[in-house]
Ligand binder design. Structure first.
Ligand SMILES: [Zn+2]
Length: 373
């Protein structure tokens, strides 16, 4: 992989069994490269296989790549991944940023798919459920992935049958366990419809009149057509003031990658900064970034050369030279080894949230400074 100033955008998808990525620019059609992730028993070895696969490609890309991830991340590390539990604690974001030599933005795969299916209304929530190896899901509110807590929601692990089978997550009766039992022939289609229906009723009580899109193998194959599934589910759910609108996903395959490319259109805007106190080092910067990531601020380490602009930094273009940037913007300042970048979404919130983020950043800087003394 080569990073360079380019209007080509890179999107990546780390799924349960496959790793995929694609480069897209303008109206160019995109064709993902896909690799089965080998089962090697350690995160380091499996990531090395992914890195090698990425390295075979010498196309350039610009902007900030977005990766859709099946595992749950916390502060850039894998917090939980039932399918590959030995990835727990693996510093995925750091490893990717090293391989790509670029900041990277992570997004839950269900949330990425939900962005693709979301419509224009801002008075209802759009929910996507994707039935692949497992069940991934996400919630979109007013065109943006809904942040419902400090971690991504796990719609696939909502319990829909307390007497159901044990799930990979350790609980009994998640919708994902029901989906896997159905695929293995241990659960009838009618029983699966009842479980999915129960999930939709629950979701509609939390998000009244939400719009739910169903995608993946549940609607593309198996014992029922998409239309039959819709009609069975609508019968189960019934109709009242809270009832969801149920529909089939427009994006049958590669929904997470398509969602990542949607988000990436906006994620070219990063605010860049640097630790400016005397003697600040790369390890101070890393400590600062980790503390803020743990607090949920969408911040990344920046790799030199990065530049500080008088207004918001536009596309950071890690491969651009300082001279090229000065030519475009005479006020460019070299940030160097202690730089970081914050996703612009952090700065598009209300005044109270902005105040809170500013305060968190200030506290993190003070804490790093204090540790040095
Ligand atoms: Zn589960």
């Amino acid at each position: 992989m080569k990073v360079g100033p380019s209007d080509q955008r890179l999107a990546l998808d780390l799924g349960a069994t496959k790793f995929a990525y694609c480069v897209s620019g303008g109206r160019t059609a995109w064709q993902p490269s896909v690799k089965q992730i080998p089962w090697l028993g350690s995160a380091e070895n499996e990531f090395a296989a992914i890195a090698e696969f990425l390295d075979e490609d010498h196309r350039v890309f610009g902007g900030v790549p977005v990766i859709c991830v099946a595992p749950t991340l916390q502060a850039g590390r894998v917090l939980s991944w039932p399918n590959r539990s030995y990835w727990g604690g693996f510093p995925l974001m750091d490893a990717l940023q090293s391989v790509l030599e670029s900041p990277v933005v992570a997004l839950a795969d269900g949330a990425a798919a939900a962005l693709v299916d979301a419509g224009p209304r801002n008075d209802v929530h759009y929910i996507s459920l994707f039935f692949g190896t497992g069940v991934a899901g996400g919630v979109v509110d007013d065109g943006d992935v809904a942040q419902l807590g400090p971690l991504n929601p796990e719609l696939g692990h909502i319990v829909t049958n307390p007497h159901g089978e044990i799930c990979v997550c350790g609980r009994r009766g998640c919708i994902q366990a029901g989906w896997i039992a159905f695929q293995d022939g241990r659960l009838s289609f009618g029983d699966l419809v009842r479980e999915v229906g129960a999930l939709l009723v629950t979701l509609s009580r939390m998000f009244p009149r939400c719009v739910v899109s169903l995608g993946g193998r549940l609607v593309t194959g198996g014992t029922a057509t998409g239309e039959q599934l819709l009609s069975d589910l609508r019968n189960f759910v019934g109709h009242d003031a809270w009832s969801p609108e149920i529909r089939l996903s427009g994006e049958v395959s590669n929904a997470p990658l398509a969602g990542a490319l949607l988000l990436d259109r906006e994620s070219g805007y990063l605010v860049q900064g640097r630790l400016a106190f005397p003697g600040a080092s790369t390890s101070d910067r890393d400590q600062f970034v980790s503390a803020l990531q743990a607090a949920g601020v969408p911040i990344n380490r920046a790799y030199p050369p990065l530049f500080e602009l008088p207004a918001y930094g536009r596309t950071p273009e890690p491969g651009a030279t300082f001279e090229q940037l000065v030519e475009r913007c005479p006020n460019a300042v070299l940030i160097g080894q202690t730089g970081f970048s914050i996703h612009h979404r952090a700065l598009l919130s209300g005044p109270d949230d902005l105040q809170r983020v500013a305060q968190m950043i200030d506290e993190a800087v003070q804490s790093v400074r204090k540790n040095r003394q």
